[in-house]
Design a protein around this ligand. Structure first.
Ligand code: PAF
Length: 268
């Protein structure tokens, strides 16, 4: 299964193709989940091009699309159910979007229970979400294997996101500073910079130079998002994470360093 909120792009299609290599049948859910949006966020204007999404699912050979209504997922008489992984959800995205991950956990737990997949694929683009869902699935003994899918990027490095459609040409150029900041961070780590703070400062400066309002620029342990005193990728891979607003559009990106694979940000 590949859970999505629709407005599908090549990043989603790559998760679906990956799912196809892991299972005989692939299900996709398309549901813009209201419980993971704050009242100030873009729930109303979130793109919902359903016919196009269904066509793309057909083209990739998806067997089953689950596209429930809000009433089906959240019946009016349902009592609130709270699933949370507090050790992971209070920081970074969670600190800037209070309640977001409780909404994500609730809907993902429901979607997995309804569809019942053996394997569910989530993109690394939402790295913290991936870690939260892995922890939720393990902690609740959910009978599903959580698999990570790589982030897909434009040729110039911009990570694909359903929210990129909001960007003007000028804003798109500014948005590139997120992946540039991550490349710079990777370069600093491979040059032997050990102090996470120095890297965070450089990432923040890169984004601010392009008039991005920075929510965070952080270097954390890749396994559990722990804070680090020093970087030692031979002991523990790290993840560099950035989030910022370009105009009214909020974007996030990340790169994992020290996993022993070629950098996903490397060109060519
Ligand atoms: O990553 C997303 O698209 C959403 O957060 C998810 C996992 C489908 C839950 O609504």
């Amino acid at each position: 299964m590949v859970p999505t909120m629709g407005a599908l792009h090549d990043g989603h299609l790559s998760l679906m193709r990956q799912a196809r290599t892991l299972a005989d049948h692939v299900a996709v859910s398309i549901f813009v989940n209201p419980t993971q949006f704050a009242p100030t966020e873009d729930l109303e204007k979130y793109p919902r091009p359903l016919e196009r999404d269904l066509e793309l699912c057909r083209e990739v050979g998806v067997d089953f699309v689950f596209n429930p209504s809000v009433d089906v997922m959240y019946p009016a008489d349902e009592l609130d159910v709270v699933v949370d992984v507090p050790a992971l959800t209070g920081v970074l995205e969670g600190a800037h979007r209070p309640g977001h991950f409780v909404g994500v956990c609730r809907v993902v737990a429901k979607l997995l229970s309804i569809v019942g997949p053996n394997v569910a694929v989530f993109g690394r683009k939402d790295y913290q979400q991936l870690k939260v869902i892995e922890a939720m699935a393990t902690g609740l003994c959910l009978p599903v294997k959580i698999v990570a899918g790589e982030t897909v990027r434009e040729a110039d490095g911009l990570a694909l996101s359903s929210r990129n459609v909001y960007l003007s040409d000028e804003q798109r150029a500014a948005a590139l500073s997120l992946s540039k900041a991550l490349r710079e961070a990777e370069g600093m780590i491979s040059d032997g910079v050990l102090d996470p703070r120095a890297i965070e400062t450089a990432m923040r400066a890169q984004m601010q130079a392009h008039h991005v309002t920075v929510d965070y620029a952080a270097v954390r342990g890749a396994r559990d998002l722990c804070e680090l005193d020093l970087i030692n990728t031979s002991m523990m891979p790290v993840v560099c994470l950035v989030a910022g607003r370009v105009g009214a559009t909020r974007l996030i990106d990340n790169v994992v360093v020290g996993e022993g694979t070629r950098s996903p940000l490397a060109r060519g």
